[in-house]
Design a binder for this molecule. Structure first.
Ligand SMILES: O=C[C@H](O)COP(=O)(O)O
Length: 329
């Protein structure tokens, strides 16, 4: 099976990291989003058969490589994190891999995403696999702690071996329109991350308007974000296609103006293979297939892999596996 659904305009190797730019308040002021136009457009996603049926299995395999396999629960334990890491090392059952004939492809998730407390556990459990650990730092999920505390948390996560840091912004800064404060804080977070990549979680369900989401996206990108991410998974409204359209149009605009390609991570509530295909279709239509690579796109999801595995098996055999055959953690 061929996984050549991406062209190689930018490979991870050639990717230029966002160096950050000065805060351009004039640009921020010009940003406007029209919610009803976005809703109309979002309603057409996937309707044009962007992914042909024959290619769906390949797209679902590709989707696995784009997942930040996540556990962010109050009752997480080292044991659960270890089981998740073991699933990350072997995301698909051997018999499915053999039936698909993809033994030679490196199908591994983009990262394993955990609370800071479990970074060391995950790093040890993933040793040698090449799968990076992402930590949610900066007082996840609300982001409300003194900035010094949040910076220390980032530094601690990096020290423990996290290669990616998912920070949360303070929603109040957006609601007050205090773009300078948001810019300064994200810039400081970026500096604390050092070589670790920074994903900025906007908490879009709490930002009131699509225009606010668009402006916050821009300010985070100007401050040096490597990825912009929708949600913590804990807000009442998490990732959806309308918000995604807003954010990826800002990513497109930013790329046109600066030449820098920023990653996109929808997160929260993305649980089915059908959802994954819709998001991938959206990216393909709005940004192009080369954005569907782990350094430019991730799903933040705790249960998506389970459904993808079920759908792959169904596509191969016409049957769904019993739940006990696909334990997650
Ligand atoms: O960033 C990831 C989210 O917390 C995962 O949300 P989920 O459990 O709804 O998939």
């Amino acid at each position: 099976m061929s996984l050549k659904i991406v062209d190689s305009k930018t490979t991870e190797h050639a990717h230029r990291r966002n160096p950050g730019f000065p805060l351009d308040l004039d640009w921020v002021g010009r940003v406007r989003m029209n919610r009803s136009a976005l809703e109309r457009r979002a309603g057409t996603i996937g309707a044009r058969r962007t992914v042909k049926k024959d290619y769906q299995l390949a797209w679902l395999l590709k989707a696995i490589t784009l997942i930040d396999l996540t556990t962010l629960n109050a009752d997480d334990t080292a044991g659960r994190v270890e089981r998740l890491c073991s699933k990350a090392r072997h995301p698909l059952r051997r018999d499915i891999i053999e039936k698909l004939g993809v033994e030679n492809l490196r199908i591994l998730p983009g990262a394993v995403c955990v609370y800071h407390t479990f970074v060391k556990t995950a790093v040890a459990a993933l040793e040698g696999s090449g799968i990076p650990v992402a930590a949610v730092s900066t007082a996840f999920p609300h982001g409300l702690a003194p900035v010094e505390t949040k910076l220390k948390e980032i530094e601690a996560s990096v020290k423990d071996g996290a290669k990616e840091i998912d920070i949360v912004i303070e929603r109040g800064m957006v609601l007050r329109g205090d773009w300078q404060a948001l810019y300064d804080q994200v810039k400081a977070f970026r500096k604390a991350c050092g070589d670790a990549h920074i994903k900025t979680i906007l908490g879009t369900g709490e930002l009131a308007t699509q225009t606010n989401i668009a402006k916050a996206s821009l300010v985070c990108m100007l401050a040096g974000a490597d990825f912009i991410k929708t949600s913590t998974g804990k807000e009442k409204v998490n990732a959806n296609l309308v918000t995604s359209l807003t954010m990826i149009r800002m990513i497109r605009w930013f790329a046109e103006e600066t030449g820098i390609e920023i990653g996109y991570k929808p997160a929260g509530g993305i649980a089915t293979a059908g959802d994954a295909l819709k998001y991938m279709a959206l990216i393909k239509e709005e940004l192009g297939t080369h954005w569907l690579q782990p350094h430019l796109f991730r799903f933040g999801a705790s249960s998506l892999l389970t459904d993808i595995e079920r759908q792959l098996e169904h596509g191969l055999t016409g049957h769904y596996a019993a739940d006990y055959r696909q334990p997650m953690v």
